[in-house]
Design a protein around this ligand. Structure first.
Ligand code: LMR
Length: 328
């Protein structure tokens, strides 16, 4: 026995005996909805590559991009069932399972990406991740995408009044739905993979998403106006199955956790680079780009302030207040 920790050494030994080898690797599945060249896609692949290398080929993570395997909601269920091992959905997709995750959907909550990083790197971010444990999941890391912008096919959005009567696709969550009501618009929830067709067919007039998502999913082909609003933050939660994770042999869990931590830092750089590069690419398309004036942005912010009171109990008043204090 070489574990040196006394307890559980028999179990560790037997795990070692039956553990994965290069010839018979442990195969793990990482499912996500974005393209392989997206900052989430490249990070998932880098995570897989590092783990393969550092485990000497004993752990092989297969990355399934572009909703190939599951859309976000089905991926949560598949993870709970143990059919896949890692997912990285937008926090707004978790709201049906763990309502506190709507925290990140409050518009105008994080003024800059750095504020989001301070949240996600600190005790508050951990407090939110811990809420996944009730549903058998474990939040391992936050990944990044950037600020939400607005696109639509009907009219340039320059003021709050311009939202009137428009129908927006949302990724899910009551706060975002209520946000569009306050704007005088309506909202329907659709999976990411159905958005292009919904825009093309006019099922929806528009949506909110990041420069990177609008560009990598080619939404610019099927819409007309882009308003730079930077109104909400699109953060991802890398999640695994709690029981599976805790049941892993220590050496394997350490390889996975260390690689993930390293990749999560790198992922931020990729997200920032991609945000800039995607905006530059979008400027080359036929999209009409509207910069929201600071006055109109302030009015938009004012219009959605009632959400903070309406939804404070859903996300937890204390957590919300602590985050607001942190970003002030
Ligand atoms: C969406 O569904 O709009 C996005 O959250 C998808 C994603 O993961 O980037």
């Amino acid at each position: 026995v070489t574990t040196g920790c006394g307890q559980g050494s028999d179990e560790v030994e037997s795990n070692k005996a039956e553990g994965p080898t290069k010839e018979k690797p442990m195969i793990l599945k990482f499912s996500h909805v974005n393209t392989p060249d997206h900052p989430k896609g490249v990070a998932a692949q880098r995570f897989a590559d590092l783990v393969y290398e550092r485990s000497g080929g004993r752990i092989k993570i297969e990355v399934y991009p572009s909703s190939q395997l599951y859309d976000d909601l089905h991926s949560v269920e598949a993870l709970q069932a143990g059919n896949i091992h890692f997912i990285a959905p937008y926090s707004g997709k978790l709201t049906g399972y763990a309502p506190a995750f709507q925290l990140l959907q409050f518009p105008f909550l994080f003024p800059t990406p750095e504020d989001f990083y301070r949240f996600s790197d600190g005790e508050l971010g951990q407090r939110l991740l811990d809420k996944l444990e009730n549903i058998g999941l474990k939040g391992l890391a936050y990944w990044d995408n950037g600020f939400m912008q607005l696109i639509n096919s009907k009219r340039p959005i320059r003021t709050v009044e311009d939202f009137k009567g428009l129908k927006f696709r949302i990724p899910g969550g009551k706060i975002t739905e209520a946000q569009y009501k306050l704007f005088g618009a309506s909202a329907i929830t659709l999976p990411f993979s159905e958005v292009y067709a919904a825009l093309q067919q006019g099922t929806v007039d528009g949506l909110e998403n990041t420069f990177t998502n609008i560009e990598t999913m080619k939404f610019y082909e099927v819409t007309k106006y882009l308003t730079i609003s930077n109104h909400s933050y699109l953060g991802y939660i890398v999640i695994t199955n709690k029981d599976w994770w805790e049941g892993l042999p220590d050496d394997i869990r350490t390889i996975l956790a260390d690689a993930l931590q390293e990749v999560s830092q790198w992922q931020r750089e990729k997200a920032r680079e991609s945000e800039h590069a995607s905006l530059e690419k979008l400027k080359q398309t036929k999209l009409e780009i509207i910069e929201l004036s600071p006055e109109e942005r302030a009015k938009m912010r004012e219009a959605v302030l009632p959400l903070y009171e309406e939804f404070e109990d859903v996300v937890g008043k204390e957590l919300l207040e602590d985050v607001i204090k942190m970003v002030q």
